[in-house]
Design a protein around this ligand. Structure first.
Ligand code: PLP
Length: 398
């Protein structure tokens, strides 16, 4: 008999979508994977060189549980440059990807029965980690086309048990980028109700409209004592498998993470830590700029193709690297006799008939959305999206 907490976990819907795509590919079908939450490209040379140098130099031992001090210092400098605010080495924790940072924060802040507000559609790990801590996720729905939450709705979800709010801008899956007034209002609300803000900024390098990324701490510096900024090198440097992330937080959270990480993973992988340190020392940002340009071009081409959808409004895709389609009108217009009723049906049809893997919104707590990644290899995205458009436009005449 397993512990009750395991029964609370639903497993990753994104991984399930990718496994279905792999299974179809194994049967000999050509599948384009637009389900992936990562950019398919090579990492920077500096990361590889840093890793090889670390191996050759014999970097084999444990590090400090919250990471090499030199790396924490380099991350503090990076964050200070990006946000225009001063971050100290003592504010930084190096983690095994953003996921560990989020779990550290969750375990440090939540007791059983506590509530955490999450804006939905949302990356499902947020809720699962809260459940693991014995606490309760409380969802606030953000609506299309912007998928930016209404402050009134967040306020309405606050109860005496609310401890924190999780925000994720740029957003997975919706691509929403929260505007400055929204971030300021969320900050005000956190102060008013004495809440923590857990801000997942993993897609900070991927903002395509308006200004560059706005961390909530830039929009509202007054919330720094109650904010935990979670980020990672996973997406930005195309090294999802290396497991290297970080968070910036007040000292009490850093101290809690020190205990938690020393008792769980000991430290993030030492080779990855040295590799990223080397990249931060020599990288100069050109890789990140090129990645941004590539994705901006893919986004532009993709939006042009998706504008041909007949019953679906083109997505905004302001940030992250996802097109998130609201299929509400399409589903409503399907003939009563149609065997296609849900976004899961549509994702299945796209896989089976168009050879394109996507992620249905149900994975993100949304019955009407569909996520398509433009982090796939550029030459594959446009033909795949043409097939998606043809398949979706053809649904009502089936
Ligand atoms: N946060 C968000 C919003 C994500 O979409 C993901 C991965 O898809 C992560 C965190 C996980 O990042 P990492 O691989 O660095 O743990």
């Amino acid at each position: 008999m397993l512990a009750h907490r395991i029964s609370l976990l639903s497993g990753s819907g994104t991984a399930a979508a990718r496994e279905a795509a792999k299974a179809a590919a194994v049967q000999g079908r050509e599948i384009v994977d637009l389900a992936a939450g990562e950019v398919i490209t090579e990492p920077p040379d500096s990361v590889r060189e840093g890793a090889i140098a670390a191996i050759n130099a014999g970097a084999n031992r444990y590090t400090e549980s919250i990471g090499l001090t030199s790396l924490r210092r380099a991350v503090a400098e990076k964050l200070s440059t990006e946000t225009g605010l001063a971050w100290d080495t003592d504010n930084i924790v190096i983690t095994a990807g953003a996921k560990q940072g989020l779990l550290d924060a969750t375990l440090a802040l939540l007791d059983p029965g506590d509530e955490v507000i999450i804006v939905r559609p949302c990356w499902p790990t947020f809720a699962s980690q809260i459940l693991l801590a014995g606490a309760k996720p409380v969802f606030v729905d953000a609506r299309p086309p912007s998928y930016v939450p209404e402050i009134r709705a967040i306020c309405g979800a606050v109860t005496p048990k609310t401890v924190a709010i999780i925000i994720n801008s740029p957003n997975n899956p919706t691509g929403a980028v929260y505007d400055r007034p929204t971030l300021q209002a969320i900050g005000d609300l956190a102060i008013k109700y004495d809440l923590w803000i857990l801000s997942d900024e993993c897609y900070s390098n991927f903002v395509f409209t308006g200004d560059r990324h706005q961390s909530i701490t830039m929009a509202h510096p007054g919330i720094r004592s109650r904010a935990i900024l979670v980020n990672a090198f996973s997406k930005e440097l195309a090294i999802t498998g290396w497991r290297l992330g970080y968070f910036a937080a007040p000292p009490e959270i850093v101290a809690a993470a020190k205990k938690l990480q020393s008792l769980t993973t000991s430290n993030a992988n030492v080779i990855a830590q040295h590799a990223i340190l080397h990249h931060l020392e020599v990288g100069e940002g050109s890789y990140e700029r090129e990645m941004h340009q590539r994705l901006a071009a893919a986004r532009k081409a993709g939006l042009r193709i998706l504008s041909k959808l007949e019953d679906v409004a083109p997505p905004r895709a302001d940030g992250s690297f996802f097109f998130y389609l609201d299929l509400t009108p399409l589903l409503a217009g399907l003939p009563r006799t149609s065997s296609i009723r849900t976004v899961d049906d549509i994702a299945r049809i796209l896989l089976e008939e168009a050879g394109v893997a996507s992620v249905p919104g149900t994975t993100f707590g949304d019955e009407t959305g569909l996520r398509l990644s433009f982090g796939a290899p550029p030459e594959k995205i446009e033909p795949a999206l043409e097939k998606v458009v043809a398949a979706l436009n053809g649904l009502k005449s089936r």
